[in-house]
Ligand binder design. Sequence first.
Ligand code: C2E
Ligand code: MG
Ligand code: MG
Ligand code: MG
Length: 276
Amino acid sequence: AAKERGGAITVEFDDSMRDTFRFRHELEQELREAIRTRQFVLNFQPIVEAADPNVIVGFEALVRWKHPQRGLIHPAEFIPTAESCGLILYLGDWVLEEACSAISRLNARGGRWADRYVAVNVAARQFLSASFSARVGELIMRKGIDPKNLRLEVTEGAAITDARRTREVLEQIRRWGVKTSLDDFGTGYSSLSYLQQLPFDTLKIDKSFVANAGETRSAQIVRTIVELARSLDLSVVAEGIENASQGKRLASLGCDYLQGYHYGHPLTESEAFARL
Ligand code: C2E
Ligand code: MG
Ligand code: MG
Ligand code: MG
């Protein structure tokens, strides 16, 4: 439309753009309010041993928004906006602190909890922020938790943005004794060269490969990822296992750990406690 008016560089909002803009703006305002008034809750999804799926090795903490009018909202609907407007730094910090509190509550129960971990998703922007590793150390000390009970999951986005800085942060985190996972592996711009430079402990194979692992080509990709992980001394988690045959297949392809609805949906904290 701008061109038809003689090439003038004007951009007109049509109704759908205006709605999108207004929606994002409203969502941002609501998110701000939600962070301020703590409308979020963590769910915990079990991660099990491939060799014996009855053994839970840890839980992934997954954030949900308990919206006062709209009910429970899943991260796909607000994490992208939180990332683009910067609120992810505050939300992510709340998630990290809440996960550390959950770890200390679980620790207080003693016994079988001692070597289980809680894995926390960290956005690229949060991970690369100047204070991140110091914040991790501060929380470990303040909450009095054992660093082996905490894990951090980062996607390839961080490494893409700044590989050198990512390496630096990974090394700082490792010094605290906290392990890290590269999440959604295979979906981003997976570059083998940065993988070799970055000291992750675990690769999480994205669920898109799991869903198709019955097909020869996907199975071959999983096999290759597992081989790569072995050669770099990384353990492998397969995500998104929805049935027993997928679980068997991914275990036979060499994955060390499995996660998915078949072994457990994301649970409330007390439901998760009860699983141990
Ligand atoms: P993710 O880190 O890859 O987490 C796994 C997602 O897969 C979760 O979705 C989980 O509920 C879902 N899932 C688990 N098992 C299955 C399965 O068998 N089948 C299928 N189809 N899905 C399964 P969720 O909770 O909706 O989270 C989506 C994404 O949002 C996460 O992907 C993560 O990238 C992001 N996210 C969640 N919580 C946080 C958080 O606290 N901070 C940040 N920065 N991102 C978060
Ligand atoms: Mg994750
Ligand atoms: Mg993932
Ligand atoms: Mg994801």
